[in-house]
Design a protein around this ligand. Sequence first.
Ligand code: PRP
Ligand code: URA
Length: 210
Amino acid sequence: MDVKIVEHPLAAARLTAMRDERSDSPRFRAALHELTMMLVYEATRDAAVAEYAIRTPVAPAKGYRLGNPPVLVPVLRAGLGMADAAQAMIPDASMGFVGLARDEETHEPYAYMESLPDDLAGRHVIVLDPMVATGGSLLRCCEMIAARGCTDIDLVSVLCAPDGIAKLAGSGIAMRMTTAAVDPELNDKAYIVPGLGDAGDRQFGAYRRF
Ligand code: PRP
Ligand code: URA
């Protein structure tokens, strides 16, 4: 799997704000929004473009737009905080939704929502989820997308653990990952260390130490 780590001072500052336990929910959400814009910008660097003719106030010129606008798929709940930012970067994108929650004991994902176009053949899908820990949730999401015929999947995440990347890479589903960092390990509750805690809780108002 192609893993692109976005190493940029502005991205590092947003990631730091998200990691810092003193950041309240508004600060956490703002940093996630801004960082998502940067990650989506990098994830689409090689996207196909279509050329078309425009006129400037001075002369004819070439114009460009995305050749195949993607389907954005935020993974509820935590991926919701990335949806607006990704759509702001790609206004022509459409959006589907997948709802997954990890069981606290087994760490296995439970799917409670799948709202995707029936046919994703020939479509470019960008999955948005800030955290890849064991990789079980994103793998489940990619299986849903691949089952609808998609062969062009980009994953955009804030933080990954090596276990999660290995699970996705070994799945046999072709995908690319763009992330701000890969942290060293998981703790015994399958939280990323040092990580940033529970991305859903931190956006939507709860704070827990793990
Ligand atoms: C978080 C996160 C990922 C998943 C990552 O969601 O947003 O979807 O955990 O863990 P994994 O790689 O081990 O599967 P969570 O299940 O906590 O649900 P939430 O978004 O509703 O908080
Ligand atoms: N989900 C999160 O939100 N954070 C982690 O570290 C692991 C899973």
